[in-house]
Design a protein around this ligand. Structure first.
Ligand SMILES: *[C@@H]1O[C@H](CO)[C@@H](O)[C@H](O)[C@H]1NC(C)=O
Ligand SMILES: *[C@@H]1O[C@H](CO)[C@@H](O)[C@H](O)[C@H]1NC(C)=O
Ligand SMILES: *[C@@H]1O[C@H](CO)[C@@H](O)[C@H](O)[C@H]1NC(C)=O
Length: 365
């Protein structure tokens, strides 16, 4: 159990940081603090012994190594017999350390979650950017086992910093042009070993936030005939980040370098900094498939969840075959000019009071 200095929270609150255009992260900072202080909180690192002893860490290392090699062969950068294996003992020794990309941060869903997305691996739908093969392992930190029957949801903005499925001032030009596509959004089941895999792009940047991908982990959801899910519970709401050096390389490529929005670096993003507390690290571990960013990327991350925890993120829209439609009474409706979850600008003080009054939604069991 880790206790955090309330002083850190106080400092972050005092800075009144901007979350999204016109937004402010005070509520998110308080929510993350509540998670860090939760008596049942466990990190992926706390499962190290069990996961190493069961052979899972070794298997995952070998599987990921083989997958990267497969991608290199497919792209013409290696021959099948050229796989150079690293000692799995090294991966076992490093497992659970920050550098090994483990996390269980709880972070906001943000104003642009669109529920009802499709189960699919390839999220590109025509979007251009640094193509990324993302491999997410989900670990139950309460029982120290991979989670084999969850659905992992992923969404991010496009390479020039615009989210699909929504219309909001501050999302691109604020027009409804992006509402009709579901690009860069989708859901994947975790397989027998707790792994969900996606193909997406490294998200671009938009005003006030460092580049990030959003994720939600669903448990007990029902698979519908039209390849969507319904019901169940959500144990984890998080965000993945990209190392600043890698981001510099990605942002130098087209179309990222055509983005006119002001960029926020990781170090200036309070949510990124909060995500790194308590032994967590939500930064993707990324390898080049070939020689350049344009040859594609392979990214991995291990996410720790407590499957019995219940979070209640709020979608702003619902995806239908005709595009995103508003979710009635969503607290994000009207973002960023005025909405129940906005909490900024002239109502800043109210927002802080509201955030403090908000119950901690994680199951205390
Ligand atoms: C990102 O999405 C916006 C809105 O749909 C679009 O105008 C822009 O061209 C997209 N960026 C790229 C690089 O395609
Ligand atoms: C899961 O792990 C087993 C070994 O326990 C391995 O044989 C199998 O290939 C793995 N499956 C996947 C999809 O990684
Ligand atoms: C899938 O089916 C559900 C239940 O009938 C429906 O509400 C939803 O709009 C459908 N989604 C899509 C993308 O067709």
């Amino acid at each position: 159990m880790v206790h955090f200095s309330q002083a850190v929270t106080a400092i972050l609150l005092a800075t009144g940081v901007i979350a999204h255009p016109g937004g402010n992260t005070n509520k998110d900072v308080l929510r993350r603090q509540a998670h860090l202080d939760h008596p049942n909180r466990r990190t992926v690192a706390s499962c190290k012994r069990d996961l190493v002893e069961s052979g899972w860490v070794r298997e995952q290392h070998i599987r990921r190594e083989a997958r990267l090699h497969e991608l290199r062969v497919a792209a013409g950068f290696a021959k099948p017999h050229e796989l150079v294996r690293r000692d799995p003992a090294e991966a076992e020794a490093n497992f659970g350390q920050a550098a090994a990309c483990t996390l269980d941060p709880e972070q906001t869903e943000g104003p642009y979650w669109v529920s009802g997305e499709l189960i699919r691996q390839d999220l590109l739908t025509g979007e251009k950017g640094a193509i990324t093969h993302l491999d997410v392992n989900i670990i139950d930190t309460s029982g120290c086992k991979p989670v084999t029957n969850a659905y992992v949801e992923l969404w991010g903005c496009n390479s020039t910093g615009v989210y699909t499925g929504v219309k909001a001032r501050g999302n691109g030009d604020g027009s409804a042009s992006a509402i009709v596509t579901n690009a860069l959004r989708g859901i994947q089941p975790t397989g027998a070993n707790g792994t969900a895999t996606f193909i997406t792009v490294i998200p671009g940047h938009y005003v006030g936030r460092a580049n990030h991908l959003h994720t939600i982990v669903h448990h007990g959801a029902k698979l519908l005939p039209n390849n969507t899910i319904s019901g169940g519970t959500i144990s984890h709401v998080g965000q993945f980040y990209v190392d600043q050096t890698m981001l510099g390389q990605v942002e130098a490529t087209t179309p990222y370098n055509t983005n006119k929005q002001v960029q926020t670096k990781n170090a200036q993003d309070q949510l990124f900094n909060m995500a790194k507390q308590g032994g967590d690290d939500a930064t993707l571990k990324i390898s080049l498939i070939g020689k350049t960013i344009a040859d594609g990327l392979y990214a991995t991350i291990d996410v720790g969840v407590n499957p019995s925890a219940k979070r209640t993120p709020q979608p702003v829209n619902f995806w239908t075959e005709k595009g995103g439609i508003p979710v009635p009474n969503s607290p994000w409706t009207g973002y960023p000019d005025g909405c129940r979850y906005c909490g900024f600008g002239k109502n800043k003080r109210n927002a802080e009071a509201e955030a403090e009054a908000e119950p901690v939604v994680e199951d205390a069991e």
